[in-house]
Ligand binder design. Sequence first.
Ligand SMILES: *Cc1c(COP(=O)(O)O)cnc(C)c1O
Length: 374
Amino acid sequence: MERVYNFSAGPSCLPEEVLKECAAEMLNYKGTGQSVMEMSHRSNAFEPIIQEAEAMVRKLMNVPSNYKVLFLQGGGSTQFAMVAQNLGIKNKKAAYIETGVWAKKAAAEAKKLGVEVDIIASSKDKNYSYIPRVEKIEGNYDYAYICFNNTIMGTHYEYIPETGNIPLVADISSCVLSEPLDVSKFGLVFAGAQKNLAPAGVTLVIIREDLIPEPENCLPGTPTMLCYKTHSENESMYNTPPCYIIYVLNKVLHWIEKNGGAQGMLKLNREKADYLYNFLDTSDFYHATTQRGSRSLMNVPFLTKYSNGAQDEASLAKEKEINSKFVKQAEAQGLINLKGHRLVGGMRASIYNAMTMDGVKALVTFMKKFAEEN
Ligand SMILES: *Cc1c(COP(=O)(O)O)cnc(C)c1O
């Protein structure tokens, strides 16, 4: 069967080369007579894999030596709690910028754990279609929190807020290694791997060493597994890590390196996104939902002319009909997972690192044809 172009927001497509390598090594990894899936995480075969994955993250992201690189479980969502439990411990107060669902969920989790949350800026007024400009964050905050790429809304920061001594925490789940990032500007960044890095199952955390509290200094009741220290002092091997996922991650990191590293990814991603946004901006059938200057290179939500804000029953029904027709016909062409998130409506194309320019061109060709016929 032919492979499809998968525009899913996550889990998302992986480089075909990587999948082929995994397939070739599935039954017998480097002469061990076993699959990496079956190996002890303490084995001589596995330990170099996790060490190499860490070294590759350090190299590709230019991670300063006073930062720890951790491979954790529980997805990006568990980080919403861990950040609060490990960093929100002095004044029990944090600043959050509200840019959509994921930032809101993170703030809600901190609140739930007893951290006072200040929403210092929000783009709620325009349905999160832009990133608010916050040049400077000041106050007695234990940390400041941003969601760097908003997967659902399709927005992305084009600047890094200045926070002085306040550690800046960023959720980079949907943009990690899609572009160069100055890690030294942050106290902590984290990313669920299933968008740009690997299958679901591992979360990358990069944290400045001095921000890792002793377990007894975390918020009261913080479980052992949710203390960064537990993992940092055991090289992410306190308990069984998701071995196979880390093995795939390592391969994806090598693939990124081979394709020019973070800079190479940015070049490719910008080409793909420009191609798609240029089409949307010049079309009289489609339009992008996000404002220029805040647009994600990874997630591109768009609406058709039938989503014109009219709220009468007939208009809403027509809009719904067109959207589902689009998604269905696209799927028949091998362009899958283009349904928009219900909070934005319409369609969304996620074009992560592993999506090829050919995939984006095939999408635009389909979109042109669909526009002519409708
Ligand atoms: C997908 C996503 C999450 C949630 O990740 P899980 O691994 O499913 O918990 C959090 N933040 C952002 C920005 C995401 O895109």
